[in-house]
Design a protein around this ligand. Structure first.
Ligand SMILES: [Zn+2]
Ligand SMILES: [Zn+2]
Length: 293
């Protein structure tokens, strides 16, 4: 009898171990960025995504300081991401305050590429809130990586596409001079691609975004790095974006005045003029489509 009980207990223990191992695997599978269940995400009450431009060299809202650089906040129902930090920490924090954004509201920082006009506010920001992950691409300098670690931030080096928060992805490191990552936001309207400077080329950044998530590109916004481009080159880029199915564009920062003018002429209503303080709203009731990876 005793032996039989022992055997039964042994089998029960073994099954328990197997089940718990399976659960762990399942848990890590559901936590896998690209396998988030739709029900899990749609249970959140707030169904909007808002992108606020915090730093930009183009003026838009009076009272905010425009200066060379780019930073924006992506406010999702789950979490808030600070994408880039502009060129100056004091300007970043002052503009955030005027926009009613506290550094404590930010859950993750993503830096597009290792240029001062995108990393400039990082040190000062981390002095206010360092209890968060900071996503950089692997090509970042040792100095910038050390700055993040010394400040107490959690350094995350990105090479492949990955989810940052539910519904918001990094394209992964796109080769260029320097290499760069863009954000891909899943909205009901389609994908919203946010670029820092788009040094690899805005068309390449959009192509990288389309490999990460299914669906059409609703909007590409941010720096397009085309201030030195000729009208012919700019028109060629507009054509390529159209061929990729991009609906709207909001070039700012290093895009160049002529670029904004030609996009406005070519795209008409689908050109969105943005600058510091701009807020763009999207819905996200059923946006969490399966990603391609
Ligand atoms: Zn820049
Ligand atoms: Zn740059």
């Amino acid at each position: 009898m005793k032996k039989a009980v022992q055997v039964i207990l042994g089998v029960v223990a073994l099954v328990a171990i197997m089940v718990s191992t399976g659960c762990n695997k399942q848990t890590s599978a559901t936590q896998h960025p690209f396998r988030q269940s739709t029900e899990e995400l749609s249970s959140v009450a707030d169904k909007t995504i808002e992108i606020t431009v915090i730093c930009d060299n183009y003026e838009h809202v009076a009272g905010l300081e425009a200066s060379w650089g780019f930073a924006c906040m992506v406010d999702t129902p789950q979490e808030n991401i600070l994408f880039d930090t502009g060129g100056d920490g004091a300007i970043l924090l002052n503009n955030m305050e005027k926009l009613g954004i506290s550094p404590q509201d930010i859950d993750a920082v993503v830096i597009s590429h290792d240029h001062w006009d995108h990393t400039g506010g990082l040190r000062v920001f981390l002095e206010s809130n360092s209890q968060l992950p900071v996503y950089v691409v692997t090509a970042f300098s040792r100095g910038t990586k050390q700055l993040i670690e010394t400040a107490g931030g959690q350094l995350v080096e990105v090479s492949q596409p990955q989810e940052i928060v539910p519904g918001v992805f990094s394209t992964g490191q796109v080769p260029g001079a320097p290499p760069e990552q863009a954000l891909v936001v899943q909205a009901d309207e389609g994908l919203v691609v946010v670029t820092g400077c788009a040094h690899p080329g805005v068309v390449n950044m959009v192509k990288a975004a389309m490999k990460v998530c299914e669906g059409k590109v609703h909007l590409v916004m941010g720096g397009f790095h085309m201030a030195q481009s000729s009208a012919q080159q700019i028109r060629a880029v507009i054509d390529q974006l159209r061929e990729l199915g991009v609906q709207k564009a909001a070039p700012c920062h290093c895009s160049g005045g002529q670029t904004r003018q030609l996009f406005a002429e070519e795209l008409g209503e689908d050109f969105i003029q943005i600058g510091v303080g701009s807020k763009l709203k999207f819905s996200c009731s059923h946006n969490q489509t399966e990603s391609r990876k």
